[in-house]
Ligand binder design. Structure first.
Ligand SMILES: [Cu+2]
Length: 330
C-alpha cells in the first residue's frame, strides 16, 4: 500500500467517526461545510502567527534602550503597505463569501427526486409525517441512498432543526414552512437537536434520524411506522417509549411527583375535579383521549391549561399505547 492510499483510508475513517473536535461527516453537505471551515480556521492560524509574530518582533526590536533616544522618528505612512493590507484581506473576504454562497446554494436548492417528509416542531418534541403513507413518527426514518426533503413548521414557538452529523440546520417557524434536504448514504443512526432556546425542556427535544436499507424501510412503511419486531411489544411498553420520545415526560411524572401537569401514577380510573367546578367519577379511555387531543376541554383543578394539543401529532395507535401505559401505572 502506498502512502497516498494509506492517507486516503485514514481520512475516510476519520470522516466516519466523531472526534473530540467534530461530529462525524455523514452527508455531502458535511464534507463541504468542513472544508470551508478548515480553510477559514487555517487562514486564521496563519495570520495569527504572522501578526502576533511581527508584534513580538517589533516589541523586542524597538524596546526602549538605556542609551537610545527618547522618541523614534515620526512615521508619515506607507501607501504600498496600506494597499497590500487592504487588498489581500479584501480578496480573501470575497473568496470566502463566494465559496460559502456556493455551499449555501447547494443546501438551499432541493434536488428534484427528493422524498418528502413533514417536520413539526412543538414544545418539546419533533413529529415526522410521511404524507404519502399517512405515517406519524417520533423519529425520522429514511432509506439509505434516497434524497430526503424536509418541509418544516412549528405549532407554537421558534425552534431550530439541527442534525450535526449532516451539518444541516434551519429555523422552524410557526405559520411558515422552511426546507432542508440531505442524502443519507449509509445505514446509521444520527442525533437531532433543537438549537433555538424554546423553553424549559428545550434540551430534551431529542429525536433520531434512522437510516435503514430500502427493504427495511419498506417493511417499516408497511407496518405503519413500526420497526420489525414491533408486533410483539406490549402496548404499555410502546406507550412508555412515546411518553419519553414525545416529551410528555417534561410535564407528567410517573412516580407520583407533581410537575407542570398531574402525575400519571394512579391517574387512570380515579376521580377528577376540574377547574370549572365539574367533576368525573373515574378517568376513563375517552377522557384520556380527549385530554390528549383537546386538552382545554377539561382542565384539571389546580393546574394551568398549558398542555399543547396533540391533534395530528399522534395517531390512534399511539394514543392507545399511551393510555395503556397510564393504566399500567397503578
Ligand atoms: Cu425547540
Amino acid at each position: 500500500m502506498n502512502l497516498g492510499s494509506a492517507l486516503g483510508n485514514m481520512m475516510a475513517q476519520a470522516a466516519n467517526t466523531a472526534s473530540w473536535w467534530k461530529p462525524m461527516q455523514a452527508s455531502s453537505h458535511a464534507v463541504a461545510v468542513d472544508t470551508l471551515f478548515n480553510f477559514i480556521m487555517y487562514l486564521c492560524f496563519f495570520f495569527f502567527v504572522l501578526i502576533v509574530g511581527a508584534m513580538v518582533y517589533f516589541i523586542v526590536k524597538y524596546r526602549r534602550k538605556g542609551s537610545g533616544p527618547e522618541r523614534t522618528s515620526p512615521i508619515k505612512g506607507n501607501h504600498t503597505l496600506e494597499i497590500v493590507w487592504s487588498v489581500i484581506p479584501g480578496i480573501l473576504l470575497v473568496l470566502i463569501f463566494a465559496w460559502g454562497f456556493k455551499d449555501w446554494l447547494a443546501i438551499a436548492v432541493v434536488p428534484a427526486n427528493a422524498m418528502e417528509v413533514r417536520v413539526s416542531g412543538q414544545k418539546w418534541n419533533w413529529t415526522f409525517t410521511y404524507p404519502k403513507d399517512g405515517i406519524v413518527s417520533p423519529d425520522l426514518v429514511v432509506p439509505a441512498g434516497q434524497t430526503v426533503k424536509l418541509v418544516m413548521t412549528s405549532t407554537d414557538v421558534l425552534h431550530s432543526f439541527y442534525i450535526p452529523d449532516y451539518r444541516i440546520k434551519r429555523d422552524v417557524i410557526p405559520g411558515k414552512y422552511t426546507v432542508l434536504w440531505f442524502k443519507p448514504e449509509e445505514e446509521a443512526t444520527h442525533q437531532i437537536f433543537c438549537t433555538e432556546y424554546c423553553g424549559a425542556e428545550h434540551s430534551n427535544m431529542l429525536s433520531k434520524v434512522k437510516v435503514m436499507s430500502s427493504a427495511k424501510y419498506e417493511e417499516w412503511i408497511a407496518n405503519g411506522g413500526e420497526e420489525a419486531g414491533g408486533a410483539g411489544v406490549p402496548l404499555a411498553e410502546k406507550g412508555k417509549k412515546l411518553w419519553e420520545q414525545r416529551g410528555c415526560v417534561a410535564c407528567h411524572s410517573i412516580d407520583g411527583s407533581k410537575k407542570v401537569g398531574p402525575t400519571w401514577k394512579g391517574a387512570f380510573g380515579t376521580a377528577r375535579q376540574f377547574a370549572d367546578g365539574s367533576s368525573l367519577p373515574a378517568a376513563d379511555e375517552n377522557y384520556m383521549r380527549e385530554s390528549i387531543l383537546v386538552p382545554n376541554a377539561k382542565v384539571v383543578a389546580g393546574y394551568p391549561g398549558v398542555m399543547p394539543s396533540y391533534q395530528g401529532q399522534l395517531n390512534d395507535k399511539q394514543i392507545e399505547a399511551l393510555i395503556e401505559f397510564m393504566k399500567s401505572l397503578k
